[in-house]
Ligand binder design. Structure first.
Ligand code: FAD
Length: 371
């Protein structure tokens, strides 16, 4: 079995890998570049694949208790009329459910699990140099310290430094043409499940993230990728929400402070196979960064961590394990990334047909297959 492993990046993917490896007896060091190990204060939607992965990791009860997990969604017209409320399956499994949670809360659940597993965590640290030979990887950190590892896992996100070290010619993240606004607000009581508003000038959805909070997301077509100064954000978001009815006007009234708002231009990246070079492997956004159209980026990052640990336990040789990991992961990641980007393209082209909802439904159905 594999010996000492370094995980670079303590996001959902890196922490899942670290916890899963530690539990099968691997000695794990985890580093994160952020000295405070923070995440920004937006909500995150959790689909069935995220919930199934959290279940496998043993944190689903905490996610249920501190976030919002349920089955079913509600479709509305832009003016707020309910047009769709599919029946909730009896006794739904995690894979049939969905919900939302604040990112800092999910981070706290995962990072306290990392600490409870006594994984050696060092913060404010990056890799300076990687030197591989047949038997291991010699890592020099940017504080001058060093270590030798059997495996290095690059889980350092969309702008991965480890990716550029092992694949200097790898494709760079590409801007899609859309920007994502996320707003945290008090939850109107009637918003008891995900609500999607169709037919408006922008795509808008609301997702509960706890007993009394919700987050709203808006996807805006911004082909020139403009910079939005903080001082203009409240006015801008309120203008985007103005044409909508239902619960939106009440949420709109409560937006007064740019601190409630998070804006990110959408970018994507799908690294061709393989995602490893020797004993260094990439997982999560470092290998496959997606847009939020399927709310499955965190789910596939967590699955990467679980599958990597399974394959390392199953194979004596690191190369065989990484090959088997790739065989299980590439198609699932490709499905999420390419179909998410395609749905965004349809939205930007103003395609109001049922093509995008059908693609979303079919992809979510395919993802229910075991990972
Ligand atoms: C606008 C937007 C909305 C989204 N909404 C959803 C959603 O609703 N649901 C969903 O499932 N997914 C969503 N996603 C995708 C999801 O956020 C990501 O897929 C997921 O967070 C990837 O996790 P990760 O662990 O691979 O990377 P990250 O979460 O990016 O974590 C990377 C970690 O590495 C650290 N790091 C970075 N560089 C270095 C370095 N050089 N050295 C050491 N550490 C480093 C960072 O500090 C960070 O802790 C969304 C993405 C965007 C852009």
């Amino acid at each position: 079995m594999i010996g000492k492993t370094l995980v670079v990046g303590g996001g959902v993917g890196g922490m899942t890998a670290a916890i899963s490896l530690k539990r099968i007896g691997v000695e794990v060091d985890l580093i994160d570049a952020d000295p405070q190990w923070r995440v920004y204060g937006a909500g995150i939607s959790v689909t069935g694949i995220s919930l199934r992965a959290f279940d496998a990791l043993g944190i689903l009860d905490q996610v249920r208790a501190r976030g919002h997990v349920g089955a079913g969604m509600r479709g509305k017209t832009a003016s707020g009329q309910t047009i769709m409320e599919p029946p909730v399956p009896p006794d739904p499994q995690p894979i049939q459910q969905g919900g939302g949670i604040m990112r800092p809360v999910l981070h706290e659940i995962l990072s306290s699990t990392v600490r409870a597993e006594k994984i050696d965590v060092r913060l404010g640290l990056k890799v300076d140099r990687l030197a591989q030979d047949q038997t291991g990887v010699q890592v020099t950190f940017d504080d001058g310290s060093s270590g030798r590892y059997d495996l290095v896992i690059g889980a350092d996100g969309i702008y991965s430094q480890i990716r550029s070290m092992i694949f200097p010619d790898a494709p760079k993240p590409k801007f899609t043409g859309q920007g994502c606004w996320r707003v945290v607000a008090k939850r109107p009581t009637e918003v008891d499940r995900t609500e999607m508003y169709f037919g408006g000038p922008v795509k808008l959805g609301i997702n509960p993230v706890s007993q009394d909070e919700m987050y709203m997301f808006i996807l805006e077509h911004v082909p020139d990728n403009p910079f939005f100064p903080e001082g203009e954000m409240v006015e801008h978001v309120r203008a985007l929400m103005a044409p909508f009815g239902g619960a939106v006007p009440r949420v709109r009234e409560s937006i007064v402070d740019p601190a409630q708002i998070n804006y990110r231009p959408l970018e994507w990246l799908l690294l061709p196979k393989p995602w490893y070079n020797g004993r260094v492997v990439l997982i999560g956004d470092a290998a496959h960064a997606t847009t939020p159209h399927m709310a499955s980026g965190a789910g596939i990052a967590a699955e990467d961590g679980l599958v990597l640990a399974e394959e390392l336990q199953r194979h004596e040789s690191v190369t065989d394990a990484l090959h088997a990991f790739m065989e299980r992961r590439f198609e699932r990641a490709r499905l999420v990334v390419e179909n998410s980007v395609m749905i965004g393209d349809m939205e930007m082209a103003g395609d109001m047909s049922d093509k995008a909802p059908k693609m979303l439904g079919a992809t979510m159905g395919q993802l229910q297959a075991p990972y």
